[in-house]
Design a protein around this ligand. Structure first.
Ligand SMILES: N[C@@H](CCC(=O)N[C@@H](CS)C(=O)NCC(=O)O)C(=O)O
Length: 201
């Protein structure tokens, strides 16, 4: 199997961390690509008609895309237990919250990094950042207990979302008012899987 990925993508990082945490790194080859909404990598387009990463090609089977589909597949592939039955709906909701934070944070990055200065909408950026703030608040207020239990896909997703905020939006300081979440993250980001997939600037 091949995973189309990039170093900075928080969605792809979810899969990369999963591969390392579940010992599947030798069975899935990571193929790094450069793609953007304005210029899709042809290999990505061939794998995913909407041109997004991550995408997972499988021999003699359909290609999978969208991080949540891929993580679910790789988890069930080896019965890794990252979606435990007894807390399934909580884990999926935490993953959805983390993905929503990523959606907004990536959208701000595209707005501010790829559009000409005069076309950048500060209203759009502020509205997206408010979603990030509300998402972080919910993670700290409602989900900290689940974040502190045995490893699951909710935790991996939250860590990848927060790491992306540090990578692209550190000046906005998501940690403000989120001390407990920040403390949880500082411990989680020391895991080998996170260190191995860390990227600067
Ligand atoms: N819902 C998707 C989002 C994936 C996504 O937005 N990936 C970005 C990179 S972080 C991308 O491929 N952007 C290129 C594009 O939008 O054409 C997932 O969970 O995989």
């Amino acid at each position: 199997m091949e995973l189309l990925t990039s170093a900075a993508s928080p969605f792809a990082r979810k899969v990369r961390v999963l591969l390392r945490e579940t010992g599947q790194i030798k069975t899935v080859k990571e193929v790094h690509v450069t793609t953007s909404p304005y210029k899709s990598d042809p290999k990505v387009l061939a794998a995913n008609p909407t041109g997004r990463i991550p995408a997972l090609t499988r021999p003699e089977a359909t290609t999978l895309y969208d991080s949540r589909v891929i993580t679910r597949f790789l988890d069930s592939h080896i019965n890794a237990g990252l979606y435990p039955e007894k807390s399934l709906w909580d884990v999926l909701t935490i993953e959805a919250t983390a993905d929503a934070i990523m959606d907004s944070a990536v959208s701000i990055s595209y707005e501010t990094r790829t559009r000409p200065e005069g076309l950048i909408s500060s209203d759009w950026v502020d509205a997206q950042w408010l979603k990030v703030v509300n998402g972080c608040k919910a993670l700290q207020g409602n989900w900290l207990v689940n974040l502190n239990g045995p490893l699951n896909m909710g935790q991996i997703s939250v860590a990848c979302a927060l790491a992306y905020l540090d990578l692209r939006h550190s000046a906005r300081n998501w940690r403000e008012g989120n001390d407990a979440l920040a403390e949880w993250f500082s411990s989680f980001e020391g895991r080998r899987s996170m260190v191995d997939t860390h990227v600067d600037g």
